[in-house]
Ligand binder design. Structure first.
Ligand SMILES: N[C@@H](CCC(=O)N[C@@H](CS)C(=O)NCC(=O)O)C(=O)O
Length: 231
């Protein structure tokens, strides 16, 4: 019998979404343990004692942490077509752009949402600039095929694609129109995003922007309540 696979995390986290998409692509059955908003379970803290962040993947009870590490683990531990390219050079290029996306998008989107300090308009411009770079990366990595991964969704599609719901939500929360995934500024990426969201391994897992806006309000209230209840 195969060892149980468990994802510990929250449905709204892009880092969690990407792990679920990778498991679905590989056809791996898993249990999803939803964390309560604004709190961390004992299981999460025990499984990821270094960073104390979601997601954690438990495979046969053994924890794997950090979403990019988890994606590579899922690729290696389970059969099926590879998520990362076979060629070592292409693997390196895809890892480079995945790290670029996380470095440029996550904090800037949090700034737009008011979760961390900083100018929201500057943050929106950072997101737009990163997407213009990723437009070129898509052309380079896909070689004219539909996805970063070529003919099908791959590692870099999953990493960049996991932010799609948050682009729209951050725009709504910040009240800024920044042309994120706009056909006029990033036409290839806009077409790719529509294709990615419609993919059968993605469509049920991609959070809707309006639901993320509501989640943002619930999270903000939960964090404020935690702070004010501290002695
Ligand atoms: N580099 C980490 C980032 C994970 C992360 O930031 N997760 C957030 C949820 S979106 C979290 O657990 N935040 C709780 C905290 O920062 O204490 C990864 O790729 O897994």
């Amino acid at each position: 019998m195969s060892e149980p696979v468990v994802v510990v995390g929250g449905w709204a986290s892009p880092f969690v979404t990407r792990v679920c998409i990778a498991l679905k692509l590989k056809g791996v059955e898993y249990e999803f343990l939803q964390e309560a908003v604004g709190r961390k379970s004992e299981l999460l803290l025990r499984s990821n004692p270094v960073h104390k962040k979601m997601p954690v993947l438990l495979h046969g009870g053994r924890p794997v942490c950090e979403s990019l590490v988890i994606l590579q683990y899922v690729d290696e531990a389970f059969p099926g077509s590879s998520i990362l390219p076979d060629d070592p050079y292409h693997r390196a290029v895809h890892r480079f752009w995945a790290e670029y996306a996380d470095a440029k998008l996550h904090t800037a989107l949090r700034t737009m949402r008011g979760m961390v300090g900083g100018d929201k308009a500057d943050a929106a411009e950072q997101v737009s600039a990163a997407l213009r770079q990723l437009e070129d990366a898509l052309a380079e990595c896909s070689g004219g095929k539909p996805y970063f991964g070529g003919d099908d969704v791959g590692f870099l599609d999953i990493v960049v694609g996991s932010y799609i719901g948050w682009f729209g939500a951050a725009e709504k929360i910040a009240g800024l129109r920044v042309g994120v995934l706009d056909e006029a500024s990033t036409p290839r990426l806009a077409a790719w995003a529509a294709r990615f969201c419609a993919h059968e391994a993605v469509r049920d897992l991609m959070p809707d922007a309006d639901r993320l806006v509501e989640f943002g309000e619930v999270l903000r209230a939960a964090l404020a309540a935690n702070v004010s209840s501290r002695p």
